[in-house]
Design a binder for this molecule. Sequence first.
Ligand SMILES: [Mg+2]
Length: 138
Amino acid sequence: MTRMLISFDIDGTMEFGDPPGGVTVEMVKKAKELGFIVGSCSDRSLGAQQALWDRHNLEVDFVSLKHLLSEVMVKFEAEKYCHIGDRDLDQQFAFLAAFDFIWNYDATSEPWLTWSDVSGSQSDYSVAVANGVSGKSR
Ligand SMILES: [Mg+2]
């Protein structure tokens, strides 16, 4: 099965970051439900990142320090790897680790929802999302 991996920066990217960003816990949950491997990659300690996800009742597949993004790729087999962040440094670390990069403000439209469309292995749920059944305007 085609697998996609998304790494979320926290501060300036996630709604619970400091400062808050535009990516919501619901968006991450939806990506997880689509079968994506999801987690965070931040300057915060691993424990602090895990605590934030726990507080929002979201079981993530990984937490990582930002400069160790390449280790996430080694650990998980996926067809596509992407990091989402709000700083030039996010973009630099993403490129160094051979991840795609999406700016935090572009991520609010959940561009990853279309990724499974091209894989030919999309679930009924992703079809529903792609058709706008989820209620999210795209
Ligand atoms: Mg940030």
